[in-house]
Design a protein around this ligand. Structure first.
Ligand code: ADP
Ligand code: ADP
Length: 226
């Protein structure tokens, strides 16, 4: 079934910068789609409109067949993972993951059970009481992922989540994200400017250029540029 749909979406900043131009895209439930393209090609803006943090200038975005035009970000049931994880250094791992729950006033007992469950899902069950600085880069990345999963979203958006890591760790975490995708059966939209990352991880790659999708295909069918 179709999970995400961009219908002729345009985004202009300040009435001048055309960041996204007539974007049409359909993502199926459970699919792993990567937005690949150079800096400034409109990848992040597209992701932010889907998350509801930016408003489209025209066109429409649907999730599960429903128009998001009037749906606030926290009602879209999307999990997000950003570059550099954005973990709070003064909080424990468990507190970091509970943060979005406490902001929304989820009762303490439910917070604890949800945090325990997602920690198990990312295989960090023994690390709840640690601080992020006591964890490896890969473990910190998994905490960020756990935090994104804490509301049981079926759609996860990742914006260059491995961009700041060294090559070896990136390779390892690419595999982990792939496994998680397969295990959890969630839809993932993943932004990167790293071609090999896109080819390794995705069901389909959407190649962005100048605010629109130049081609979209599975890694083996993608037309490669020299
Ligand atoms: P990326 O890593 O995707 O290239 P950028 O570094 O271009 O991201 O942008 C990071 C943040 O700054 C984004 O949230 C984006 O909305 C904002 N931003 C990017 N370009 C501009 C700009 N020209 N004016 C104001 N904000 C911008
Ligand atoms: P990418 O994620 O592919 O690097 P972006 O979506 O961040 O691309 O940016 C697309 C275009 O929109 C760029 O020209 C960028 O400078 C511009 N842009 C992005 N965010 C903002 C913003 N908040 N204000 C103004 N211009 C922006």
């Amino acid at each position: 079934a179709t999970h995400v749909e961009f219908k002729d979406v345009c985004k202009t900043y300040d009435g001048r910068t055309l960041a996204v131009s007539h974007l049409d895209l359909t993502v199926a439930s459970g699919e792993f789609v990567t937005f690949l393209g150079p800096s400034g090609s409109g990848k992040t803006t597209s992701l932010m409109m889907l998350a509801g943090f930016e408003t489209e200038t025209s066109g429409e975005i649907l999730i599960a067949g429903r128009s998001m035009s009037r749906v606030a970000p926290h009602r879209r049931n999307i999990g997000m993972v950003f570059q550099n994880y954005a973990l709070f250094p003064h909080m424990t791992v468990a507190e970091n993951i509970a943060f979005p729950l406490s902001v929304r006033g989820v009762p303490a007992a439910e917070q604890a059970s949800r945090v325990g469950r997602v920690l198990e899902r990312v295989r960090l069950g023994a690390y709840g009481a640690r601080r992020p600085s006591e964890l490896s880069g890969g473990q910190q990345q998994r905490v960020a992922l756990a935090r994104a999963l804490v509301f049981d979203p079926v759609l996860i958006l990742m914006d260059e989540p491995l961009g700041a890591l060294d090559k070896q760790l990136r390779d390892q975490l690419q595999l982990e994200i792939k496994h998680l995708h397969a295990e959890l059966g969630v839809t993932i939209i993943y932004v990167t400017h790293d071609q090999s990352e896109a080819l390794t991880m995705s069901d389909r790659v959407a190649v962005f250029n100048d605010g629109s999708i130049q081609q979209i295909a599975s890694p083996s069918h993608l037309y490669r540029f020299p």
